[in-house]
Design a protein around this ligand. Structure first.
Ligand code: IPM
Ligand code: MG
Length: 343
């Protein structure tokens, strides 16, 4: 039976980058049972909530979830009583138990000159951000009165161990654990647990601990020094955007969010819904294509097909494909065609 994939095009450029991704998946010879659901702002408009119980249940029962992007000015609000598109994303992460967010950052040689960093600084960079995704300040208890507010940041040993294990397993050279152990209590626990796990299970991997402010600095001054970065939810959110810009465009970065083995993962680009260019047919679909490749690899065990997509993207870029965010003028159609012709 064909694997069941839930498609969540979401908002903004979402629908226009999901459609060519399905073309690419067909072209690579895979055939899935797709089921599309409204999500984010689109779901708020239709159902009053960013993630319906029905959509969550469909995702839980699927083999993988492919998401494009959510959000837009239409739904921006600071009113805690109003629904927000991002709640859909957070609900899905929690509801699917997606505690491990993998964001590989591998600037292609063809794009070195698109990077905001000097070529000699960016050269050789190939890192993976492993972000804890279902704990910390994102999911701690929140309070709000008119004049005060609080967000609790909490972690327990088990949550830290399981994400650190993902990082150690992914490491080729070393793991850099990022925290703020000079100030924050959860960071002190984080550091202790990572250190103990390392000694007990992964002594062959080099482990370093650095503070998050220092990590932000090292990412732009010495990015090629990193292999795997493991960190808590909020630090990971910030550092992964920073790491993403090293590639020259956030439009290039895919991500995988994984839970327990055998459970469906969620695959999505790191970029947002780009409401300013929605509907114009000019969005860069490459991060979406690469997210589909991560789905094939991590979600469905189709390594050869994943590698085929990745190398087709690499070759299209090497041949000069540049979308607008990369300083060129290729639109979504042209970018799709360029990748398809390199499969
Ligand atoms: C991300 C996004 C989300 C996050 C938002 C949209 C809730 O920035 O996936 O990095 O903060 O996790
Ligand atoms: Mg983010």
């Amino acid at each position: 039976m064909a694997s069941k994939i839930i498609l969540l095009p979401g908002d903004g450029i979402g629908p226009e980058i999901i459609a060519p991704t399905l073309e690419l998946l067909d072209a690579v010879g895979t055939s899935f049972d797709y089921e599309e659901h409204r999500f984010g702002g689109a779901s708020i408009d239709a159902h009053g909530t960013a993630l319906t119980d029905e959509t969550l249940a469909a995702c839980q029962a699927a083999d993988a979830v492919l998401l494009a992007a959510v959000g837009g000015p239409k739904w921006d609000t600071t009113d805690p009583a109003k629904p927000r598109p991002e709640q859909g994303l957070l609900g899905l992460r929690k509801g699917l138990g997606l505690y491990a967010n993998l964001r590989p950052v591998r600037p292609l040689p063809a794009l070195y000159d698109a990077s905001p960093l000097k070529r000699e600084v960016i050269e050789g960079t190939d890192l993976l951000v492993v972000r804890e995704l279902t704990g910390g300040i994102y999911f701690g208890e929140k309070t709000r009165t008119r004049d005060s507010a609080s967000d609790v940041c909490a972690y327990n040993r088990e949550e830290i161990e399981r994400i650190a294990r993902v990082a150690f397993r992914a490491a080729r050279r070393k793991v850099t654990s990022v925290d703020k152990a000079n100030v924050i209590e959860t960071s002190r626990l984080w550091r202790e647990v990572v250190r103990e796990l390392h000694a007990a299970e992964f002594p062959q991997v080099t482990l370093e601990h650095i503070l998050v402010d220092n990590a932000a600095m090292q990412l732009v001054s010495n990015p090629s020094d990193f292999d795997v970065i493991v960190t808590e939810n909020m630090f990971g959110d910030i550092l992964s955007d920073e790491a993403a810009t090293l590639t020259g465009s956030i439009g290039m970065l895919p991500s995988a969010s994984l839970g327990e083995p055998g459970k469906p993962g969620l695959f999505e680009p790191v970029h947002g819904s780009a409401p300013d260019i929605a509907g114009a047919g000019i969005a860069n679909p490459l991060a979406m294509f690469l997210s589909a490749a991560l789905m094939l690899r991590h979600g469905l065990g189709l390594e050869a097909e994943a590698a085929a997509i990745e190398s087709a993207v690499d070759r299209a870029l090497a041949q000069g494909l540049r979308t607008r965010d990369l300083g060129g003028d290729a639109n979504t159609r042209a970018a799709t065609q360029a990748v398809l012709s390199n499969l």
